[in-house]
Write a protein that binds this ligand. Structure first.
Ligand code: NDP
Length: 322
């Protein structure tokens, strides 16, 4: 099978195309022929070695495809089923062995590109608005990098819950995308001061919740944009990881909450991953949630996808076609 392999941490050049033996299906596993592998920002952190990884490893956590072999102890799946998963390392490949407990079935009528996009970024946006903080009608939320993969989904999910989105983006084209996704207000954080603008837009009040996957560059502005007792969801560091922080500042700034979540902890409960997938697929089928595929690349061009994502040239979901 064809796969991308990383032998040592580094830049995009460490993503090389290799031929690997077809893996043997274990009793609780499924062998899946991939239709799409999802590209996510975490793939970059892992490739760079910011998150420690085995060596060598096949990158990619997210994928969708068709089951070609079913493990002897697996029930409820058959050859030919369409499945998708948000978190199974080794997904940049033509074939992937995945634990049956780590996949969801793709319902009829949902295309495999959408199914892939709905996994890591979709479930992340879902837990951020429904579990980490339950967005309510009337809330005002600040969403950074709102034209990105998670960002566009957050805009849609927050606005559909009757709350107002203040979005940050770095270009005019991205501003239009964020508005189409449901953002009521745009801040160009490449040229405007975020906290000042947020105070102007909220009559000095600040926002109930900040969703920040940008990290280092936005951290201070995010904190300063919150309302008293507001919630700061720091869920990534696309601009760099945030340095250690003085917790006393939270008291001085209005008894704020800060959390640093990760998807794995929000799909760990019994049935939790399936519940999120069901809600996401249902919203999509009802025409209430759009998955914007920003670009597709051949599997062999994974390095180009990483370069584009890190250079802020992309919007929406990036997919590799094995
Ligand atoms: P995006 O599509 O959002 O791409 C990242 C965006 O971040 C860019 O397009 C850019 O938008 C913005 N950005 C700002 N500064 C930089 C910078 N210096 N370098 C690169 N990008 C920058 O990616 P994803 O949707 O895949 O992920 C968004 C964030 O969410 C990431 O931090 C990711 O790690 C995190 N994440 C966290 C999860 C969790 O459970 N904790 C799960 C999934 C994702 P602009 O040009 O508008 O500034």
């Amino acid at each position: 099978m064809r796969a991308i392999q990383v032998d040592q941490p580094g830049g995009p050049e460490v993503l090389s195309v290799v031929d690997l033996p077809v893996p043997v299906c274990g009793p609780q596993q499924l062998l899946v022929e991939l239709a799409y592998s999802g590209v996510n920002f975490i793939d970059i952190y892992q490739r760079q070695g910011i998150y420690p990884m085995p060596s060598p490893y096949v990158p990619g956590l997210e994928g969708s495809g068709v089951v070609t072999e079913v493990g002897s102890e697996v029930s409820g799946f058959a050859i030919g089923d369409k499945v998708a998963w948000p978190s199974s390392l080794g997904s940049y490949a033509t074939l992937h062995l995945v634990n049956a407990s780590s996949v969801v079935k793709v319902p009829t009528g949902v295309e495999l590109d959408v199914a892939c996009a709905a996994m890591l970024q979709g479930m992340t946006a879902h837990y951020l608005v429904s579990s980490l903080y339950e967005v309510k009608p009337g809330d005002v939320a600040l969403v950074h990098a709102a034209a990105g993969g998670v960002g566009q989904l957050l805009c849609q999910m927050i606005s559909s819950r009757g709350a107002t989105v203040i979005a940050t983006v770095s270009t005019g084209a991205k501003a239009e995308i964020a508005q189409q996704a449901g953002a009521a207000h745009i801040i160009r954080y490449d040229s405007e001061d975020v906290a000042t603008k947020v105070r102007e837009l909220t009559n000095g009040q600040g926002v109930e919740v900040v969703y920040d996957g940008v990290g280092l560059a936005t951290f201070d502005g995010s904190l300063a944009s919150l309302k008293r007792r507001g919630m700061f969801a720091l869920f990534g560091g696309a601009s760099g990881m945030v340095a250690p922080f003085d917790l006393q500042a939270l008291s001085r700034m209005g008894s704020l909450f800060v959390t640093r979540p990760t998807l794995a902890d929000y799909i760990a409960g019994p049935g939790e991953m399936q519940w999120r997938a069901d809600e996401i697929f249902a919203a999509h089928t009802a025409g209430k949630l759009n998955f914007a595929i920003g670009n597709t690349y051949d599997l062999a061009d994974a390095a180009t996808a990483h370069i584009d994502l890190a250079a802020r040239r992309t919007t929406g979901k990036l997919l590799l076609v094995p």
